[in-house]
Every structure is written in structure tokens, then in C-alpha cells.
Design a protein around this ligand. Structure first.
Ligand code: ZN
Length: 264
């Protein structure tokens, strides 16, 4: 054995602490000010053989992970957020009872998973959409800005709406603000509609995120910058499997991504 992160013996699991260390080393949660705890949110069994990744630690995902034989679940949206009342009742009791009753670990990483330059939500979303980042913007540098990847022509806003719908396989809410070809695009996964003005300040002619609120439609029209709301879930379902599969491969663990469909 030459390394503390050596591969597991066939059939043997890997210590929970080593897996946590690997996630922390990759995602560097200490660099972020976040809305909830990043890392191991619920402690399960000590040995991990299989990781199931997903977007949100919903009851449906936890049940599916248990059925799939997971020892650990890795998600973007964990269980604990600032502003909760802290009571273990109702839906929280049900989710925790499943995890604790089946001794399953829950790892959750929020902003660190959005931000990672290669396997984070924004980096992976850019790849899916054919966008190449040249810079970052916004609070904690979470937003990405760039242009079309090699070989892709600049699209107009209405072509871009079709392109996004096709690549993401779902309807997109579009505010088409200008007929000109779009050279510079800013994007930030999830509920980043509040980043729109910071995105416009980068010189982008279009902004892609998960959600839109009422004011952004007016801002888009008045400033001539197109806005595309592609779904919170749809823009955040690439980071978790990218990170979990990388860490699982490093330890020789099994990994499966389970998508719990969400129209939002
Ligand atoms: Zn999110």
C-alpha cells in the first residue's frame, strides 16, 4: 500500500471517512459561504461499497437508493438549510427515519458542487449546451461566462431557445430580447435569477439559469439581454453524478445516478 487512498479489496468497502475526505478535497467546501452544511449530513454505516447520486435528498430518492443497495447517497440539495425550524417532524422525520433505519450515509454539497471548474453543475451544464467558459462572475464566482464551443455558430435568441429545449429535453421559458446573434453567454444553474444584473455586467447577450421571477422579464426586454429559464432541476442534474462517479472510480466503488423527475 503506497497511499492512504488505496483501492478497496474486492468485495470490501471503503471507510466513510476516506470517502468524505475525497469529496472535501475535490470540492473544497471551506471556500464557500453556504446556506447549509456541506459534507456528511447524516451518518450511516462505516463501510461504503455503493454510492447513489441524485439532485435532491427527497423521500423518493432515498427510497430508490435503498432499493438499489446504496451505502451512501450523494446529493446537491441536502436536508438542512438556514431558516428551517429544526424540528424532526412530518417529511423531515420520514426522510431521516429511512436513512437512519437503513444505516445509509447522506453526503450533500451545495455551492461547492455548483462551482467546481470541471465536474460542477455549471461546468457540466456548459458541456451539455456546447458552451465554453472564459471567465466567472457573481457572488462567490458561481456564474460562468463564455461563448459557443469550437465549431458551433453563434445562435440567435430564438435559435438558442430551440437548442436549449433540444439539449435539455424539456420546455424552456424564454424572453427573447434581441434579434442579433448571441456571441457571449452567461450561465448559472438552479435558482440564480437574482444574478441577472451581474450577468449583464459581463457583457453577455444572453443569460441561462433554472428559474425566472417576474422582474427579470422586464429587465431582459429593457436591457436587450435574452433570458432563458431552463428548470432548476434540469440545470442541476449533471454535477452530482460527475463528482460521485469520479470519487467512486478512485476507490473502486459502485456508483449509480438516480434521476427523480421534477418539472420545476
Ligand atoms: Zn439548486
Amino acid at each position: 500500500m503506497t497511499s492512504g487512498l488505496s483501492l478497496a479489496l474486492p468485495g470490501a468497502g471503503v471507510d466513510r471517512g476516506a470517502v468524505l475526505q475525497a469529496f472535501d478535497a475535490l470540492l473544497q467546501p471551506e471556500r464557500f459561504k453556504d446556506y447549509g452544511p456541506n459534507g456528511l449530513q447524516v451518518e450511516g454505516r462505516r463501510e461504503i461499497r455503493k454510492i447513489v447520486s441524485g439532485v435532491t435528498a427527497s423521500r423518493a430518492l432515498i427510497e430508490a437508493a435503498i432499493m438499489a443497495g446504496a451505502d451512501a447517497i450523494f446529493v446537491h440539495h441536502g436536508l438542512f438549510w438556514r431558516g428551517q425550524d429544526g424540528c424532526v417532524t412530518g417529511w423531515m422525520k420520514q426522510r431521516l427515519a429511512l436513512l437512519l433505519g437503513h444505516d445509509v450515509n447522506l453526503f450533500a454539497y451545495h455551492l461547492p458542487l455548483d462551482a467546481h471548474p470541471d465536474c460542477g453543475n455549471n461546468a457540466q451544464l456548459g458541456q451539455v449546451l456546447g458552451l465554453q467558459a472564459v471567465g466567472r462572475f457573481g457572488d462567490q464566482d458561481l456564474g460562468f461566462v463564455g461563448g459557443w464551443a469550437d465549431g458551433l455558430p453563434a445562435l440567435t435568441a430564438s435559435e438558442m431557445a430551440q437548442h436549449l429545449t433540444y439539449r435539455l429535453g424539456r420546455p424552456v421559458v424564454s424572453v427573447l430580447a434581441s434579434p442579433d446573434p448571441i456571441q457571449r453567454v452567461a450561465w448559472c444553474s438552479g435558482g440564480a435569477q437574482g444574478y441577472f444584473e451581474a450577468a449583464m455586467a459581463t457583457g453577455a447577450q444572453a443569460f441561462i439559469t433554472g428559474e425566472i421571477s417576474e422582474p427579470q422579464a422586464h429587465l431582459a426586454r429593457e436591457c436587450g439581454v435574452s433570458f432563458f429559464a431552463c428548470g432548476h432541476h434540469a440545470t442541476e442534474c449533471y454535477g452530482a453524478p460527475a463528482v460521485a462517479s469520479q470519487v467512486a472510480a478512485r476507490f473502486g466503488l459502485a456508483h449509480e445516478f438516480i434521476d427523480i423527475a421534477n418539472p420545476a
